[in-house]
Design a protein around this ligand. Structure first.
Ligand SMILES: [Zn+2]
Length: 129
């Protein structure tokens, strides 16, 4: 294979990988948006119930809190997905936003919206980043 053909092949592969990641990100985004809508509904129903039945108030409050906390983390992932889609468009997807190293393929597979490589993620988890 000539160097030019090899470069072309590499480019094609990269585009395919990018398209695959984009599909996964968009699918996850749709899933989260649906979850958020569902959670909002649950919260509203719970509020109605607690007004009707004072005895269940504690349980309802707990359920409500759970629904809110769930959508809070979902919201964060949604933001990360939007960012990842932006990086895909900008051509910077797949590199760590902190150290600019290529993010490990396994990590992309597991968390397609990851911003950091494994090393930097570890630092961030420890609060060192
Ligand atoms: Zn890094």
């Amino acid at each position: 294979m000539s160097p030019k053909a090899a470069a072309m092949a590499a480019k094609t592969l990269k585009k395919e990988a990018g398209d695959r990641v984009r599909k996964r990100l968009l699918a996850k985004r749709d899933e989260l948006i649906q979850d958020l809508a569902k959670n909002r509904q649950v919260s509203e129903e719970t509020i109605d119930e607690s007004a009707q039945d004072m005895a269940d108030r504690a349980t309802s409050a707990y359920t409500k809190e759970f629904a809110y906390s769930l959508s809070e983390s979902d919201r964060k992932i949604l933001l990360l997905i939007e960012e990842a889609l932006g990086r895909l468009d900008a051509g910077s997807y797949g590199t760590c936003i902190h150290c600019s190293q290529v993010v490990q393929e396994k990590r992309i597979e597991a968390v397609p919206w990851a911003r950091h490589c494994l090393d930097c993620q570890e630092l961030q988890d420890k609060g060192l980043l």
